[in-house]
Design a protein around this ligand. Structure first.
Ligand code: TEU
Ligand code: CA
Length: 545
């Protein structure tokens, strides 16, 4: 049997550097801080780190506004520190996946500083410009961070495109010279020995803004094929594109084995289920479990053999999953484990967002002054203007705001949770004395050890990376159960996605327990054809005949 690429049995750990570990007391996490925690990550067992942007940036969007792709932000350290991180991580079997923001730069990037000077400037066409129409913006296109996506530039009497903030002008991918510069930059990082790339909002680079097309534009896949030929081909890299617009059919194009584009994409269909249809993420709706099952089943079944899934509950843009769909009060530990088991038994490459492995929770705020994120702050202002009450807006922010996942990592129960000796850039969650890594490591039944075990299982059981997936249809809605099967091996995954007891009829012959979230689950009770009373958030995986 042909060997699989390394990333098909890997688990990736996402680091938001600003909040991971501060090493010098300035309250900002940094690269030396990450280096000091590599032993912890090795103990967890992950094979790669997706490192959110560490490049030079004025930080209007915490690094997603890059002013120099080939320099490290001084808050985070130096290029020497970065090289050291790549080298020391590699020695521990951990590859570094860099975050590439290719849809836009910072307005302080020298390309944009030049481009703004005149219509004749050689960098002008690196960005997207349009003439006014009747003294107004060329069209109604909106920015993802609120307001119009067009900013008027007085010097040249034109508008430039910014699909995110005004300080994030969009690059013009139609420009061959710009693309070549980008490929050179990517090669710069490949030569430093990185293990791959996460490509920020890659589905937007084929945009046709005058036609109101943003995601999935006509030349998108041509650009990706060109990029692959120019930089990724024949190298042992993992590439994951963030593609909020991706359907299953799109994902096959991005990640199909013969397409020569990317290894996989992040799609967001499963994370859009708790928002009102056709509205924004702030417009909350309860989780519909039937829908969640349908979405997972569709992606699992349809990408099998013709693409590759990424599996994630969390990232730096999403609220904490244990607060979102688990129960962070009465059943925090067991619901966090259930969510982990449910996801990690599927086919694809799982991602763990920092702090998820210890069940970190959302951080509620009572006043907008406690918010840091540009998306949150813009939305607050916009909705106030539209007449929403403060209370309603804060409820949305506490449920969905990006700061929820960005609070510092809780290492121990000491000052500032061991994150910094100074004043943290964003307040530490007040529950750090109960929820912290030191406590997790000291408790053999902790969430941490469930994640550690899940990572090991994926590494050593081809059924997880290669087996097929089949939902059990005849269960209660609250019970999410499926089979994985590879040749003679068959695993049954059963998850009670509820704080109530739910019945499950076990019809298979159980051979052994692979993993469970209640430590007292006993094989002896698991006879064939018995009706099990699943406890709140109970989850187990068993090998069956
Ligand atoms: O996010 C893409 C994106 O569209 C997000 O703004 C997303 O819609 C939102 O956070 C969910 O509510 C990527 C990065 O992950 C994000 O941090 C950046 O702000 C954004 O691109 C711009 O670079
Ligand atoms: Ca620091």
């Amino acid at each position: 049997e042909k060997t699989q690429p390394w990333w098909k049995t890997a688990v990736v750990y996402q680091i938001y550097p600003r909040s991971f570990q501060d090493s010098n007391g300035d309250g900002i996490g940094d690269i030396p801080g990450i280096i000091s925690r590599l032993d912890y990550l090795q103990f967890l067992g992950i094979q790669a780190i997706w490192l959110c942007p560490v490049y030079q940036s004025p930080n209007t969007d915490n690094g997603y506004d890059i002013s120099n792709y080939e320099a490290i932000l001084s808050d985070f350290g130096t290029m020497k520190d970065m090289e050291k991180l790549i080298r020391l991580a590699k020695q521990k079997g951990i590859r570094i996946i860099m975050d590439l923001v290719l849809n836009h730069t910072s307005d302080q990037h020298h390309w944009f500083v030049e481009a703004q000077k005149s219509k004749e400037n050689p960098y002008r066409d690196y960005y997207v410009w349009a003439d006014p129409i009747n003294n107004h913006a060329p069209n109604q296109l909106g920015s993802i961070f609120g307001g119009r996506a067009w900013k008027y530039d007085r010097i040249t009497n034109q508008y430039y495109l910014h699909l995110f903030s005004e300080q994030q002008p969009d690059l013009n991918w139609e420009n061959q010279k710009m693309r070549t510069k980008i490929y050179q930059m990517i090669n710069f990082w490949i030569q430093k020995g990185v293990g791959g790339f996460r490509l920020d909002v890659i589905d937007l680079i084929g945009k046709k803004p005058l036609k109101m097309i943003t995601g999935n534009g006509p030349k998108l896949h041509n650009y990706l094929k060109e990029m692959n030929r120019s930089v990724f081909a024949e190298k042992d890299l993992m590439t994951v594109g963030e593609a909020g617009s991706a359907t299953v059919e799109d994902a096959k194009k991005y990640s199909g084995p013969d397409r020569n584009e990317l290894s996989m994409v992040f799609q967001f269909e499963h994370l859009a289920i708790d928002q009102q249809l056709g509205k924004e993420k702030w417009d909350l709706a309860p989780l519909n479990l039937e829908k969640l099952k349908q979405v997972f089943v569709k992606w699992q079944v349809e990408l099998a053999g013709s693409g590759w899934n990424s599996l994630f509950w969390n990232n730096h843009d999403q609220p904490r999953i244990v607060s979102r769909w688990g129960n962070d009060k009465q059943y925090r530990v067991v619901s966090a484990k259930m969510l982990a088991i449910l996801l990690h038994m599927m086919q694809g490459t799982p991602y763990i967002y920092q702090g998820e492995e210890i069940g970190m929770t959302n951080r509620p705020i009572t006043d907008i002054s406690e918010a840091d994120d540009i998306e949150t702050i813009n939305m607050y202002q916009q909705r106030l203007n539209e007449g929403y009450s403060k209370q309603a807006i804060l409820a949305s922010i506490n449920a969905k705001g990006r700061d929820n996942a960005r609070t510092p990592i809780q290492w121990n129960d000491e000052l500032n949770a061991g994150f910094t000796t100074g004043k943290p850039w964003l307040a530490v969650n007040q529950n750090y004395q109960v929820i912290n890594i030191a406590a997790e490591l000291a408790n053999e039944n902790s969430i941490f050890y469930t994640y550690q075990k899940l990572i090991k299982l994926r590494k050593s059981n081809p059924i997880l990376s290669q087996g097929n997936f089949k939902l059990l249809e005849d269960t209660k809605t609250e019970v999410f159960a499926y089979y994985r099967q590879l040749e003679n091996a068959k695993w049954l995954v059963v998850c009670n996605f509820s704080d109530q007891i739910n019945e499950f009829n076990l019809t298979d012959d159980v051979e052994k327990v692979i993993i469970s979230d209640y430590s007292d689950l006993s094989l002896a009770e698991m006879g064939k054809n018995i009706s099990l009373q699943l406890r709140p958030y109970e989850a187990f995986v068993v090998a069956v005949k």
